[in-house]
Structures are given as C-alpha cells and as structure tokens.
Design a binder for this molecule. Structure first.
Ligand code: PHE
Length: 466
C-alpha cells in the first residue's frame, strides 16, 4: 500500500460510511416519486432485479478496483496501467460534481424542514403544499420571490459538509452513524404503520403492490437502472474512492450484500410510507411530479399521529443526516481526486469546490419558483412541474452519466483488467469468494449488455425531457 494513504478506522466505520453514502435523499426523496411514476409494483420488481444482478456486482467491482489500485477514480486507471480508461473516471467526477450542486440544495430544504417542524408545525399542517411552495418562493397569492430562506439553508448545509470534509470523516460522523442509521430505520417502521392506516391510503398501497405492466416501457428500465445505481452510489466511482481506503482483510462480498440490502430496504420503506400518504393527502388527481412528495405528503402523517411534531423534527433530522453522509461522499471523491491528481491542498480545495457547487445549485433552487422563470415552468393546471434546468441536471446524471460510467467500469473489469484480478482482490481477506463464477459472468456479459441495451433502447425510444 502507498505510504500515508488514509484508511478506515474500523470495520463498522467503513460499512457505516458506505451505507451512509448509499442511504440518502435518493432513497427517501427520489425513490417514492420514481416508483410512483414507474407504475408502482412493477417498478419495485424491476428495481429489485437490477439491484441484485447489476447493482451488487457493480458495487463489489468498484470496491475491489479501488482497494486494488489504492487511488482516486482517475488514478485507478493509471495505477492499473490502463490510462486510456481514464475517461471513465472523468465522467464519474463530473457526475458527482453535478449531483452535488443540486443535492446540497435539497439537503438545505431538509434542514429548513427540521427548523419548520420545530417552530411552525401548525403552518405546515394547515397547508403543506403551500408551505413547500412558499419555501421555494412561490406564494399563495400567485406572486413569486427569490427563495432566500431555501438558499440560506442550502448554504448552511454546504458549510456543514465542508467542515466535516476538511476535518476528515472519522470521529463524529462515524459515531453519529452508529446511532443515526438504526434510529432512521426504526422511525421509518413507525411511520409506515401510521401512513398505511391513514384514510385513503389503501389506494396508494394497492398501487404500490399492483403489477400493471402497461405503464412499463424502456424508459422505466432506464429510470430503475439510474435510480438503483444512484441510490447505491455506484456509477460515479464513489465506491472506488471508498474502497481505496479499505483494509485488505475486509470481506468485500459480505459488505456489499449488507450495504445493498440496507439501501434497498430503506428505499422500499420510504416508498410504502410516502406513496400511500400522497394518495391520502393530495388525492389522485393532484399528484404531480414526485419531487415534493417527501416534503408535502408526510405532513399528513405527522399531523395525524400522537407526538407528530416531535416525530417530524426527528424524521427530518435523520433525513438530514442521511443526506449529509451521502453528500460528503460525493464531495470527498471530488476532493480526493483534485488533491491527488493536481496535488492541491485539501482545505482550500474543499472550500472553493463547495462554493462553486453551491452557487451553481442556486439555479436549481431558484428555478423552482424564482421570478424571472415563472411561466416557463409553472403551469397553473398541473401545479409545480420541474423546470427544464432541474430535469436536465437529473436526466444528465441519472440517465446518462451514471450508466455510461458504470458501463466503462464493467467493460474495464470484465475485459481489460479481468474478473480474475477482482476475485483475487476480493479473496485477500482469506475467505473464498463462492459466487466467483456467477460474478464473472455478470460483470463480463450481463452488466455491459444490459446497461448498453437499456441505454440504446431508451435513446431510440426517443426519451424527451419532460
Ligand atoms: N446514494 C445517495 C442517495 O441515495 C446519493 C449519491 C449518489 C451519493 C451518488 C453518492 C454518489 O441519496
């Protein structure tokens, strides 16, 4: 191992950091909306199959490539003697950069909601949709303004990230994760019970378990693939960076299975909480795009449970924490790359990169409702629809860059570096990798063919930005 390279302090530290990266806004803010748009039950099924047959092998691959090469995501390909694959790393870095821009802003909204539930819960309960719009600068009288509150909270969220990254990841975060993760899980179980027993929730529940294949097309597969990879933090080479800090005696397959299972469970729980709550809150006709689900519909759940306000604060605090640990992993991989590749200093690099990403992200928050763009995206009959800029950021990363980067990694390991090397790396911990054969087939044939087919078919089917 190279001298001086950081390593995870403990086994649990790594699992929590990787699971912390995986479990985030993607699970609770994005997944329910995607599942809803993708037709409920069918989407869940497709998602699950993708996680098992593509997501898990890809995570295992990224972790072992990272550990074997001991480098950041561009350096990996240099260290393993394949410079011509460095573009894969660049796509990953750029993807992480774009995602962080908006991720930190949604993290800011979560922070706003922590404060909101603590101090103004009755305002949220009386008009949850209005409260959400208001935060984004769209007021009940139809006027709009620059959403300063949301921007301020996003700045705070980004600053928190920067501080943690500068100080290094262990210590506080690892310790907090040990309590935060199980707490989030238990809280989700409690909310699940409340949500599915709300008046009108049955329809949502039915929707989530119904298998209506008429809503499924190639776009659904691409959405599920993008969402699964996004949620597992793969296809952006984050797990390569995290794997590079992993000690040799760690059992990679065991960790992979655990992280994938935790991540998927949290996403499914969120889906089964939020979609039924949406049906109960907004009614079928008013369900627009899924972006506001986690903010709007849950008010009904908290409002109608004993101690709801307390649970509201707790829920957004935990979501905030989940978002922080994910956002940190994105920034960490960018900073690790810049400091290693260009030999820049960690502190100024972190500060500058965070400021740039925060500023670009302001466009995301502002275009939700800001004055100059009103009319372009706000449609009075359909309610809030995401403006082209937001769609574009998410489309570009989830549907193009993540699959492309993952495809590059799969081809690299399947055909260039060879699965045998990955397997040798995996077995460094002294335990035989029993699924080695299956893994080789998956990474060599199934992953590249599946990812490529889904990409091509979707483009051919004429996916348009909506
Ligand atoms: N997996 C995180 C989530 O679900 C987001 C993320 C994507 C983090 C890519 C790192 C890399 O919220």
């Amino acid at each position: 191992m190279e001298k001086g390279r950081a390593q995870w302090g403990s086994k649990i530290g790594f699992i929590l950091a990787a699971a912390g990266s995986a479990v985030g806004l993607g699970n609770i803010w994005k997944f329910p909306g995607r599942a809803y748009e993708g037709g409920g039950g069918c989407f869940l099924l497709i998602y699950l199959i993708i996680v098992i047959f593509l997501g898990a092998p890809m995570m295992l691959t990224e972790l072992s490539v990272g550990r074997a090469s001991q480098a950041n995501i561009v350096g990996v390909f240099h260290n393993l003697g394949r410079k011509n694959f460095a573009w894969v790393g660049w796509v990953g870095i750029l993807g992480a950069f774009i995602i962080t821009c908006y991720y930190a802003h949604v993290g800011g909204w979560v922070l706003r909601y922590v404060a909101g539930y603590a101090t103004q819960s009755s305002a949220i309960y009386s008009d949850s949709l209005g409260y959400f719009y208001n935060m984004l600068g769209l007021h009940s009288d139809g006027t709009t303004s620059i959403p300063w509150t949301a921007i301020l909270f996003a700045a705070l969220f980004m600053a928190l990230n920067a501080i943690i990254i500068i100080r290094g990841v262990e210590g506080g975060i690892e310790r907090f994760n040990k309590i935060g993760m199980p707490a989030l899980f238990i809280l989700l179980l409690i909310l699940l019970v409340r949500s599915v027993t709300l008046d009108g929730a049955e329809k949502g529940l039915e929707y989530m378990i119904s298998l209506d294949w008429s809503k499924v097309n190639f776009s659904t597969f691409l959405a599920a693939l993008g969402q699964a990879f996004y949620s597992l933090s793969i296809g952006m080479a984050i797990m390569i960076t995290y794997g590079s800090y992993l000690p040799r005696d760690e059992n990679i397959p065991g960790n992979t299975a655990l992280i994938c299972a935790m991540d998927t469970l949290v996403a499914f729980l969120a889906g089964f909480i939020i979609v039924p709550a949406v049906f109960a809150t907004l009614g079928e006709n008013e369900i627009g795009k899924g972006g506001g689900f986690a903010f709007v519909s849950l008010a009904n759940v908290f409002h109608q449970m004993p101690g709801g306000t307390f649970f509201g604060v707790l829920f957004y605090l935990l979501l905030l924490f989940a978002a922080l640990t994910s956002c940190m992993s994105l920034i960490e991989s960018i900073v690790a790359f810049l400091t290693e590749h260009y030999a820049w200093k960690r502190t100024p690099t972190t500060i500058i990169v965070c400021i740039i990403m925060f500023l670009i992200g302001c466009l995301y928050t502002c275009t939700q409702a800001a004055v100059p763009l009103k009319g372009i995206w706000f449609d009075a009959t359909n309610g809030v629809t995401f403006p082209p800029f937001c769609d574009f950021m998410e489309y570009l990363t989830d549907r193009i860059m993540i699959p492309v980067c993952a495809l590059g990694v799969a081809i690299f390991v399947g055909w260039v570096w060879k699965p045998e090397n990955a397997i040798t790396e995996v077995e460094q911990c002294g335990v035989r990798f029993r699924l080695a054969k299956v893994y080789s087939i998956l990474i060599k044939y199934v992953a590249p063919v599946a990812i490529l087919t889904i990409l091509i078919m979707s483009i051919a089917a004429g996916i348009t930005l909506s």
